[in-house]
Design a protein around this ligand. Structure first.
Ligand code: LMR
Length: 395
């Protein structure tokens, strides 16, 4: 019965993790998957997470089902983290449902738009996270791309972006990377976001804000600017957030879907539709990851620990960008690497071609995505020299 199933190629990101694990070179370097690594190359459990887990262990607890939309205190805290003080405004009505990671939340948003609002098309940046087109294709939407980068593929070409949005039709959806664009690290400025918000409203598009890197750009609050600005100006939006990166809770699968409107009845209806979609997909979310985030966000002491750990991560990545650019500039003075300093978050579109990435992997055991995306957090003082020598050799 199963013999007609065609063999699917390995995932373009997770497939590389398998290859990296099998590589026996003791000097191998992993710049592929978007997972934070510290100076020793480890992906540690954050201190605030360990403190919260201890608290949960000490409490009596239960493993009974969560509600379909997850824990109320988690959802309230997540809504507040995303919207800040806007959450207090009487004319801002938001509902959040806890989801198993950001990926599920993105898929839920697609299911919701197609099933409830008959949306048939979603626009996303070219390039975007490799899983985005697959998620929305699987949700039954046509995927179209808007332009994002300049000819060199390292900086935003805002005019090109705006021009390509002229092809959108009312009632289509648009996917936006709120901060730390994946895979490029290239974000619009606040003024450009203002313009984008107006265009989205004028063209009557359903926006989905993918918010996987809150706290990795400038700060927890500043990173939420595009969403808050859009809501403040009267817009309705779906927000898909993840705690994989900013809590280091990758394997716990914890995130949320938030629908913001300006009418309490609309919000109630949206939550009812989100719950219906969840019930038919996975019934209700897992407990542990959400309980950790809930415990941290709702405890002032743990929250302070979290915020300072997150600041440390953000500063370290910025520092790594500086070190990396200096080291490359010394090796190849005629090439300008400054664009890497303008990019934000874990990723950089390095400008490496697919052939150069292949050579790095085959000849030096250095793993990056074939698009040229590198994970800056995979660099450390122990591998920097070898990495830069190898890059200089292949470019
Ligand atoms: C990435 O882009 O590397 C991460 O978001 C991990 C993933 O799921 O692809």
């Amino acid at each position: 019965m199963f013999k007609t199933a065609p063999l699917n190629p390995p995932d373009s990101i997770f497939g590389l993790i398998e290859q990296f694990k099998k590589d026996t070179n003791p000097e191998k370097i992993n710049l592929s998957v978007g997972v934070y690594q510290d100076e020793s190359g480890a992906t540690p459990v954050m201190k605030c997470v360990r403190m919260a887990e201890q608290k949960l262990l000490d409490a009596a607890g239960t493993k009974s089902y969560l509600p379909i939309d997850g824990s109320t205190s988690y959802n309230t805290a997540v809504g507040r983290l995303i919207l800040g003080d806007l959450d207090d405004q009487a004319d801002v009505n938001s509902v959040t449902a806890q989801t198993p990671g950001g990926t599920v939340s993105l898929r839920l948003a697609g299911e919701l738009l197609r099933r409830v609002f008959n949306v048939d098309t979603i626009w996303m940046s070219n390039p975007t996270w490799a899983n985005h087109p697959k998620i929305y294709g699987a949700a039954g939407l046509n995927v179209k791309k808007y332009e994002y980068l300049d000819e060199q593929g390292t900086r935003l070409d805002f005019d090109r972006l705006v021009t390509s949005l002229e092809d959108t039709q009312p009632h289509e959806a648009i996917l936006l990377h709120t901060v730390c664009h994946n895979p490029t690290g290239v974000d619009p400025t606040q003024e450009q976001w203002e313009q984008l918000c107006s265009i989205i409203k004028e063209r009557q598009l359903f926006p989905i804000f993918d918010f996987a890197y809150q706290g990795f750009g400038t700060s927890i609050d500043a990173d939420a600017f595009p969403i808050r600005r859009f809501v403040e100006s009267g817009g309705e939006a779906l927000i898909c957030n993840s705690f994989s990166k900013n809590f280091g809770l990758y394997a716990e699968r914890v995130g949320g879907i938030t629908a913001v409107s300006h009418d309490a009845d609309v919000s109630r209806a949206m939550l009812s539709q989100i719950k219906l979609t969840i019930r038919t997909m996975y019934s209700n979310p897992p407990l542990h990851g959400g309980a950790i985030v809930d415990a941290v966000l709702n405890d002032p002491e743990l929250r302070t620990v979290w915020e300072s750990e997150l600041t440390e991560v953000r500063n370290r990545i910025q520092q790594l960008r500086d070190t990396f650019v200096n080291a490359m500039q010394t090796r190849i003075p005629e090439k300008d690497f400054q664009y890497i300093l303008q990019q934000r978050g874990m990723f950089s579109y390095s400008g490496l071609t697919a052939e150069q990435v292949e050579r790095l992997r085959d000849e030096y055991s250095i793993y990056a995505l074939s698009s040229g995306r590198i994970n800056i957090a995979g660099i450390n003082s122990g591998n920097l020299e070898r990495l830069c020598d190898a890059i200089a050799a292949v470019v």
